[in-house]
Design a protein around this ligand. Structure first.
Ligand SMILES: [Zn+2]
Ligand SMILES: [Zn+2]
Length: 278
């Protein structure tokens, strides 16, 4: 089985943690795992899946870099990509069009230099509409400025899979309050952020995984997000080998929360890296 390196670029909720202006015990914690940027993950494959096309000598050197697949471009994307040493991106999958998941899209332009042609971007119909509205200049052929990302947006519909860099990505429909959004399964792993409910067809595809990354915002109920208790129940039902909670608010102190969790369930943190089977 080929493996990929999964990096949690950001594990925080929409505000990030610390939250601006807050002096609570989590926002002032000195544990680096309590510093959470906005949510995103990156998958990297150990070697390019296909021989790279001949390219002119470039200071980016990305022809020999591992293939990279990103899920969401958070407002913190540039800093996250620098921290992860990202220099090649083969595709972006979007979960939904909320600001904390898309606002870093402009910074994809720097990775165009390392990519032959526009970067393919996959999202459901409403998210593609959000991207076109929020980043109108990116999709405007008459925009008189060359320093914009070159993007090829594709609408995807669950459960139709997409193959990128030799890997199958399966979009799964989940509910984020009233908003239908996408989770993704790749190999025996899945990323399920920003959900309040997982309909049966998606649940069926999330059973017995190796790694399951799940939204668990906080303990108190929230209309559009899962809680620690709810996500724990799901982990019991779905029985992944390992589960990681993400999209975490400033209500949860990392060390204290983990002490109350079973050993195979952990809180994700920024910079967490996992080897996963694809
Ligand atoms: Zn979010
Ligand atoms: Zn959201």
């Amino acid at each position: 089985m080929p493996t990929a390196r999964l990096s949690v670029l950001g594990s925080g909720t929409s505000t990030g943690v610390p939250m601006l202006g807050c002096r609570c015990r989590v926002c002032t914690s000195t544990d680096p795992r309590d510093r959470r940027t906005r949510p995103s993950i990156l998958l990297r494959f150990p070697a390019p899946p296909e021989p790279a096309p001949p390219a002119p000598a470039s200071r980016y050197g990305a022809e020999s870099s591992p293939a990279g697949i990103l899920i969401d471009t958070s407002p913190d994307f540039r800093a996250q990509a620098l921290a992860a040493g990202l220099d090649r991106l083969d595709a972006v999958f979007y979960t939904h069009g909320h600001a904390d998941h898309i606002f870093g899209m402009d910074d994809l332009r720097q990775l165009n230099s390392a990519h032959a042609g526009p970067i393919p971007v996959y999202a459901n119909e409403s998210t593609v509409a959000d991207l076109r509205r929020v980043f109108r200049y990116v999709f405007d052929d008459n925009y008189p400025h060359s320093a914009i990302p070159r993007i090829a947006a594709h609408v995807i519909v669950p459960p139709d899979p997409i193959t990128v860099a030799g890997t199958i990505f399966e979009p799964l429909g989940v509910m984020h309050g009233d908003l239908p959004i996408l989770a993704y399964r790749f190999g025996a792993n899945a990323y399920v952020t920003d959900f309040s409910e997982i309909p049966a067809p998606a649940l069926e595809r999330l059973r017995n995984l190796d790694v399951l990354i799940l939204d668990a915002l906080r303990h108190r109920p929230h209309p559009t997000h899962s809680t620690v208790a709810n996500s724990l129940r799901l982990v019991e039902t779905l029985a992944p080998r390992r589960a990681f909670f993400t999209h975490i608010s400033h209500d949860l102190l990392h060390a204290e929360t983990e002490r109350a969790l079973p050993a195979h369930v952990r809180l994700a943190y920024d910079g967490l890296e996992l080897d996963v089977e694809i």
